[in-house]
Design a protein around this ligand. Sequence first.
Ligand code: ACO
Length: 430
Amino acid sequence: MSKDSLSITDNRTGKTYEVVIENGTIKALDLRQIKVGDGDFGLMTYDPAFTNTASCKSRITFIDGDRGVLTYRGYPIEQLAERSDYLETAYLILHGELPTRPQYESFVHSITHHTLVHENIKELMGGFRYDAHPMGMLMSTVAALSTFYPEAKHIHDAQNRGDQIFRLIAKIPTLAAFAYRHSVGMPYAYPDNDLSYCGNFLQMMFKMGGRYKVNPVLERALEVLFILHADHEQNCSTSAMRGVGSSEVDPYSSIAAAIAALYGPLHGGANEQVLHMLHEIGSKDKIPGFIKEVKTSGGEVRLMGFGHRVYKNYDPRAKIIKRMADQVFEVTGRNSLLDIALELERIALEDDYFVKRKLYPNVDFYSGLIYQAMGFPLDMFPVLFAIPRTSGWLAQWDEMLEDKEQKIARPRQVYLGAQRRDYVPLAARS
Ligand code: ACO
């Protein structure tokens, strides 16, 4: 008998089956042979929220949640945050290797020269109410881009996919900045191709008139935040990207779906919620009362920015962000909410409730404080997550389309509803 296998005895029938173990997994389909009789569909696994199901094989991002390790294509996140920039990291995520200088320059050039959006997009933006959430505007305008690039539907053409990848990474910051400027009633600022990816985004956001001078500390901080957010394996929005993309729809529609998933307060909306929570707490003396509320609410009130499905240790991204905060605050002035956050973290990490459940700060706990100090309004926080995650979503989408084992995503269900019954006319129902 092979060593890398699992013997399963079905106590209903007394039969034993041998199932191959590969990469620490068994194939769910191998369980289908386990039946009690001919009419039996066969055994399935039941895994709501996919807590123990690998939906794909991937070579992009690795997380060791117990040890707090994150790597992109094998490179530790700490090294990338210290030495890389966002576009180089995006190239690495997409292509699997760090670029040579000519490859890097060509990639940056292609992204830089796709940043403009069709003028009609401005009219589309203009249709939103003045107080529209920028994430909703981003989601809608990204979806709308699919109508501007109908050729994007040829998803099996690798060259064509590459073109859409450039366009999406390039245009997302433009759409994001336009959404912000719409909400504050300011004229849209067009991309400046002489600036870096992050420098250009800052000027499109905050330029008032005349030339915008990019602060190098803030520009670097944004590069680091974008590197940290570029990919995170099979999370909710990436699963949405892969799931929707598996129907072979164009990448703009799939990215819109991924943005929708990221919008939720349990995912990319959490950094916005952290700031609301810190505002609500208001002062350090209110922290014990808030912690008590979290512990006694039966899961209803959560300490936002804490806890993670995969990390059962300090999120390595949160560590980097916490260290970087001081550099940013030297330029912007200290965010007064930082003291509340630090004290909240100190108390929570000593509290049995959080210790027992292995709840540590995640990436969102400190990122919002930096974004706020840099002048970004709260509702732009999830948008600031979506911009860099676009490269990760696209890399995962590309990998899925090249994977011969993948097909349209279509989970099974355990049906517990009514058995077959006959329709009763309205008049006959009591
Ligand atoms: N505050 C208080 N209690 C928490 C928290 C929290 N932030 N997170 C988890 N718990 C508790 C749960 O109530 C549960 O307790 P129980 O066992 O007594 O019922 C236990 O810890 C396990 O929690 P689950 O919800 O089962 O963990 P799951 O892996 O499903 O959730 C999640 C992960 C959604 C991130 C969760 O920790 C959470 O809601 N955190 C706050 C929101 C947040 O910060 N999200 C950002 C995640 S990172 C990202 O998306 C970029």
